[in-house]
Design a protein around this ligand. Sequence first.
Ligand SMILES: [Zn+2]
Ligand SMILES: [Zn+2]
Length: 281
Amino acid sequence: MDSQMNYGSDYKYIPVTSVGSGMGMEVLPDIFHYTIQIVNIFLVGKPDTNDFVLVDAGMPGSAEKIISVTEERFGANSRPKAIILTHGHFDHVGAIIELVEHWKVPVYAHENEIPYLIGQKSYPEPDPTVEGGMVAKMSPFFPNEAINLGKNVMPLPTDGSIPSMPEFKWIYTPGHSPGHVSFFRESDRVLIAGDAFITVKQENLFKVLTQDKEISGPPRYLTTDWKAAKESVHKLASLKPTIALTGHGSPLSGELLTESLDKLDKNFDKIAKPDYGKYIN
Ligand SMILES: [Zn+2]
Ligand SMILES: [Zn+2]
């Protein structure tokens, strides 16, 4: 495997945390949810098998933590079959190079996200002027430069299937990023929504506060296409998920999920879309 990989030159540890940091929970017998500082990763697959994948790759500097969480659940020296990305923002690929080097496994992402993962394109600068309080103000410190995974990253199959995640289909949910995808399992209507919507208030995202369960639109400072983001939320709400696992915040299920996702879908412009910011027009 090609080891010519590098992070962007603005890659760095970001000193933020939340009440959920370091907490893991088995959401379903085959889905483990773990919070790295402020972002979630998921281990999908039954613990007594070696058939599992890692969804998203945490914050910068979190590789050792992710490896130990994985080994705790799947046994010493266990490794996923693949790493599947919802998208390539810094808080979802923060440990990916170390993980690929350690596990020697392929990474999959949507083809529209690949340019940002092979050093061709950098994400737009986060927007510190966007309505959204402290998080937005901090956002210029967030890495946005392209990382380069070289030949280790491959596009997801065009038929909607996901390698090593056979019961799930990927759903194209752009807006927060150009190649953002969500993962859905029809049999129990589990949705892994990435940052298409999140279950924590935007203002609380990086604070050490109680993270009230409430659905918000995608994180504002990095979302550049609000029209697409709105359509993506509509697409996900139409799936009528029974459990939603998001990139930030706690899992949400049942009526609370149905009601709040419906509310976000119907009032997207009011709830999600900031009133001002450089990507608004
Ligand atoms: Zn993101
Ligand atoms: Zn995120």
